[in-house]
Design a protein around this ligand. Structure first.
Ligand SMILES: *Cc1c(COP(=O)(O)O)cnc(C)c1O
Length: 392
């Protein structure tokens, strides 16, 4: 017998921990220890683990119909498209299976749009510190040299500017007539929970309007209520041309969507894009149930309120800690930035039976499920503060 895991490609640095069961914000390992989940499988299980309503819907759907094909009409896909367009103010949807695929669709839309305008080499403006996925095009769009290393040649047609810098956008616009779209996260997740200045997105919207570019907002991590609005762009009162979602959309059932406004209607045509699994009855039933449960339990407002409270409590309790550069967040997307790399905080939190993540080297990221109750929120703060107190 091989050692456990040796038949897996070593693409992840896994913690020596295996969960076998979950309920709400709690996970149990194979030794029976309970952990408070403040990461949600990286912003995925917004409704928590072992959700009964979702389980019942999925059981019912699995018995009835899992997959047909996009060769046929799929009523649940039509219903989900209608629902997501209603929530986002978009007008059409393409369904796929992941975040990277949703962004691939967005990139293809931008290229078709550019060719329609007779731009010779349609290019997409992307930002430093961004994360858009691991396929070749989304990897290229990602603003992290380490993610690119060894995978060259990358895809052409991307131009990079610093994040949260509208002057840089103006400068690139002056020098590069090939730009046709901007692809941007409203808050950079993997890049360190970087929250741009108020009006950054509105400023980008303005650039796009003046120059005829598409504004494409990657809401894969921020979407589905996490920041206290259904979509983070809604905090700025703007409407993008393209919105991508995935992560929380299926609460762990793989489903992603690329949503388009009227400005991109008709660019993707029959035969020009597609996927075998995308938008299956099963995936769409999952997403419709997730949206329904978020609505029924008012979890979008809950995320906003609870986030404000956790942020205030952490700020109060850790105010005197000189190693912490900033405590910031929006809704239940919360970060503590340290003055130096802090990878050890992951295992110190494990000792407290708390699951967190460190991203961008020195940023503790909290993405708890939206169903967290008040008591669990207090426990989250207590355990995190305890881990930070013993951290040296
Ligand atoms: C996770 C993430 C992606 C990639 O999603 P996958 O489902 O892993 O392909 C893209 N963009 C953002 C902002 C993300 O957080």
């Amino acid at each position: 017998m091989n050692k456990a895991g040796t038949n897996l490609m070593q693409t992840y640095q896994r913690l020596p921990l295996a969960f076998v069961r979950g309920k709400g914000a709690w996970l149990w390992d194979d030794k029976g220890n309970a952990y408070l989940d403040a990461l949600s499988g990286i912003a995925v299980v917004a409704l928590g683990h072992g959700n009964d309503v979702l389980a019942d819907a999925l059981g019912d759907q699995a018995r009835n119909l899992i997959h047909t094909s996009n060769l046929y009409r799929i009523p649940l896909q039509e219903e989900l498209g209608r629902k997501l367009c209603g929530l986002s103010g978009m007008s059409s949807a393409f369904f796929c299976n992941s975040g990277a695929e949703a962004n691939e669709a967005a990139i293809k839309i931008a290229r078709r749009y550019g060719h329609g305008k007779k731009v010779r080499v349609p290019s997409i403006m992307v930002t430093e510190g961004s994360f858009h996925g691991r396929t070749m095009a989304t990897l290229t769009a990602t603003g992290n040299r380490k993610a690119h290393a060894g995978f060259e040649p990358l895809v052409t047609g991307f131009k990079r500017v610093p994040y949260n810098d509208l002057d840089a956008v103006s400068q690139l616009a002056e020098s590069d007539p090939d730009i046709v779209a901007v692809l941007v996260e409203p808050i950079q997740g993997e890049g360190g929970v970087n929250i741009p200045d108020k009006n950054y997105l509105a400023g980008l919207r303005d650039h796009c309007d003046r120059r005829g570019w598409l504004l494409m907002v990657d809401e894969i991590q921020t979407g589905m209520g996490r920041t206290g609005k259904w979509f983070a762009f809604q905090h700025e009162g703007i409407q993008p041309d393209v919105v991508t979602v995935a992560k929380a959309l299926g609460n762990g059932v793989p489903v992603g969507a690329c949503l388009g406004a009227d400005t991109v209607r008709g660019l993707l045509t029959a035969g020009s894009h597609g996927t075998t699994f995308g938008g299956s009855p099963f995936a769409c039933r999952a997403a419709l149930t997730v949206v329904g449960e978020i609505e029924r339990n008012d979890l979008v407002n809950r995320a906003g309120e609870l986030g404000t409270r956790i942020l205030r409590d952490l700020s109060n309790r850790l105010a005197s800690d000189q190693r912490i550069r900033s405590i910031r967040g929006m809704g239940l997307m919360i970060a503590l930035e340290f003055d130096k790399p802090c990878p050890d905080l992951v295992s110190l939190c494990l000792n407290q039976r708390l699951l967190i993540n460190v991203t961008a080297g020195n940023v503790v990221r909290l993405l708890p499920p939206l169903v967290l109750d008040d008591e669990e929120a207090n426990l989250l703060v207590d355990r995190l503060v305890a881990a930070i107190r013993v951290y040296s």
